[in-house]
Design a protein around this ligand. Structure first.
Ligand code: UT7
Length: 320
């Protein structure tokens, strides 16, 4: 049986930046409120000509280059996204074509903000079982396309972007374990309705709706539990983890998970201030940033975790 190892990372952020100040001009909100309650100062927003797959393409090419792998060698593409280009075909299929390859399996995983962690878990199982040798695992979101810019509960929080990893069969340890969970009883706290149905019935586009405070409370409790579960599964101590790479939903949620791990904030990769919440893209965006700036080094142990609409939550413990 093979291990699955991350051999390259990549990411992409759209050029356009929207600061908190902009929202002061269109909504009853303030830079102070947004920063104090979330830790966000700005977020990136895609241009008209861009899409989830176009961002994924750039992130994927960066990861392929870092891994020294040609797109033609990839036999599995999984994209975690809740803002796909089309209802179908999958963004993974569209991406495969953009990368100039064909034949391998390609599909999307819809697990809201946990989309990348879920996709990584699935790709890990494929590789361990011998079903794939070289996979592209991506989190990509065009959240701005599913936001209502008159709803201050959501539009100030989310941003766009894409992150990718190349995952290869290897004899060295790589992904140590992945954990995935869900509980659909919370579906009404964070959701986007089906756009096809909505357009047919009331002509409206479907937008994200969130009961933020209720989501917050469950997220804090659930993420603390998954940290314990992940360490126990690997018989590791909190002190064995070198880096926490959390989903970037709220600096206060991230701090409470770091506290649970007894981890100083210098060992937590943070992108939330400049990127906001990029849903499924946030974990691979943070990973790529920390790999490229030299913080996360080969051989180090990284704990990734995420929580999102469903609720769905998950983690991955990875030896880089
Ligand atoms: O990534 C997927 C998972 N998502 C999450 O994990 C998000 C979790 N939730 C959160 O991060 C936080 O709950 C929020 C940042 C979304 C909201 O922060 P909060 O401290 O929970 O605020 P709240 O929802 O309890 O609202 C407090 C007040 C309310 O006003 P009243 O009722 O006290 O008068 C809101 O209407 O803040 C108001 N408010 C705002 N005020 C200024 C809500 N949004 C804004 C805003 N600007 N943008």
């Amino acid at each position: 049986m093979f291990n699955a190892k991350i051999t390259g990372t990549g990411s992409y952020l759209p050029e356009k930046i929207v600061t908190n100040k902009y929202f002061e001009s269109i909504l009853d909100t303030s830079d102070e409120w947004i920063y104090a309650r979330t830790g966000i100062k700005q977020r990136h927003v895609i241009a008209e000509h861009e899409s989830t797959s176009s961002m994924a393409e750039i992130a994927a090419n960066n990861a392929l280059q870092a891994a020294g792998v040609d797109a033609s060698e990839i036999d599995l593409i999984i994209v975690g996204t809740s803002s796909p280009d089309r209802v179908f075909p999958s963004t993974a299929c569209i991406l495969q074509n953009k990368l100039g390859t064909k034949g391998g399996a390609a599909f999307d995983v819809q697990a809201a903000c946990s989309g990348f962690v879920y996709a990584l878990g699935i790709a890990n199982q494929f590789i361990k079982a011998g079903g794939a040798k070289k996979a592209l695992v991506i989190g990509a979101e065009a959240n701005s396309r599913i936001l209502d810019y008159s709803d201050r509960n959501t539009c100030v929080i989310f941003g766009d972007g894409a992150g990718a990893v190349v995952l290869e069969a290897s004899e060295e340890p790589g992904i140590l374990s992945t954990h995935m969970h869900s509980d659909g009883q919370y579906q009404d706290l964070l959701y986007v309705n089906n756009p096809i149905k909505d357009q047919k019935h009331d002509g409206d586009q479907a937008f994200m709706t969130m009961q933020g405070n209720d989501v917050y409370k469950v997220a804090v409790k659930t993420l603390s539990r998954i940290v314990d579960e992940t360490l126990e599964a690997n018989k590791l101590l909190k002190s064995d983890v070198d880096w926490l790479i959390p989903h970037q939903a709220n600096i206060r949620i991230i701090s409470s998970v770091a506290k649970k791990l007894n981890m100083p904030m210098e060992r937590v990769v943070l992108t939330i201030e400049n990127q906001g919440n990029t849903s499924a893209a946030s974990v691979p965006l943070a990973l790529d940033q920390a790999v490229r700036d030299g913080r996360v080094k080969k051989g180090e142990i990284v704990l990734m975790e995420a929580f999102g609409g469903g609720f769905v939550w998950g983690s991955a413990l990875v030896k880089m």
